[in-house]
Ligand binder design. Structure first.
Ligand SMILES: C[S@@+](CC[C@H](N)C(=O)[O-])C[C@H]1O[C@@H](n2cnc3c(N)ncnc32)[C@H](O)[C@@H]1O
Length: 260
């Protein structure tokens, strides 16, 4: 869902307090070595760096050269963050390199989530933690929603299938079980709750997000007019004083017992 403003969109939408709470739940603490997989322009890496302090280490990996460059451009002399361009399917890191391997809002874009989870385990120390956080119901649950709009949303999701899994959160638990992770914990919380309209800030965030969706749809054969029309109707739905939208953020934590 690449756009020229994607790094900025992620920076602006990141809820710092929620992120700190999630990272502490993942076990990120002073002195830990941590990997953020799918780090984008490093918004979460910078929060992690504050939690691990000078004795810890933060590495961010992202497939996008542009995001990695943006992350490096944010360098702050008080924080040591190393960015590596690379793919989650073949993480550019050594076996057992990290205490905690974290990933948020990446799995919904993966063709082979099991393969990536195995990679995350490979780069985690024995006894270390793997944590994955993603959504169930991203962009799909709205009420009331005109039948013709719902049909067009469903068509868009079908077009993006394979490249976007809006219900990946639901399958994270079984992915962790099947991967052999131990001491599993699940955290579930509401996300994207929009009841009776959105304020200007959130509207701007959704505008940026829908720009990425339009790009992805046109690359997959939709006419620009059709994609923009869907985006316009979707925004009207979010602004509607009777409309309710939500998704659920599911976070899994598990311990790696042995490195394969
Ligand atoms: C929505 S952003 C997530 C940003 C951040 N983790 C957060 O919590 O907001 C998804 C990121 O995953 C990256 N990405 C997508 N597929 C990837 C892959 N196969 N390997 C590595 N990074 C990938 C994208 O470039 C993008 O920066």
């Amino acid at each position: 869902m690449e756009t020229s403003s994607e790094g900025l969109r992620i920076e602006r939408k990141t809820d710092r307090m929620l992120t700190i709470e999630q990272l502490r739940w993942a076990g990120i603490r002073n002195g830990a070595s941590v990997l953020d997989l799918g780090c984008a322009a490093g918004t979460t890496c910078r929060i992690m760096a504050g939690l691990v302090g000078r004795t810890g280490r933060v590495v961010g990996v992202d497939a996008s050269h542009k995001r990695v460059e943006e992350g490096r451009a944010h360098a702050d002399h008080r924080q040591t963050i190393e960015y590596r361009q690379g793919f989650a399917e073949e993480i550019p890191a050594g076996k057992g390199e990290f205490d905690i391997v974290w990933s948020r809002f990446l799995f919904e874009y993966l063709a082979e989530p099991q393969k990536v989870l195995a990679e995350m385990m490979r780069v985690t120390k024995p006894g270390g933690t793997v944590c994955v956080s993603d959504l169930d119901g991203n962009c799909i649950w709205h009420h009331p929603c005109e039948a013709s709009l719902q049909k067009e949303i469903d068509a868009a999701l079908a077009t993006l299938a394979g490249g976007f899994k809006p219900r990946i959160g639901l399958s994270l638990f079984s992915l962790f079980v099947d991967a052999g992770l131990q001491d599993l914990s699940v955290d579930v919380r509401p996300y994207h709750v929009i009841a009776g309209g959105i304020d200007a800030d959130r509207e701007e965030h959704w505008r940026m997000k829908l720009e990425g969706v339009c790009n992805a749809l046109t690359v997959r054969g939709w006419s620009p007019i059709r994609a923009i029309s869907l985006s316009t109707r979707f925004m009207s739905l979010l602004r509607d004083s009777r409309s309710f939208t939500y998704s659920v953020l599911i976070t899994m934590r598990g311990t790696v017992m042995s490195v394969k």
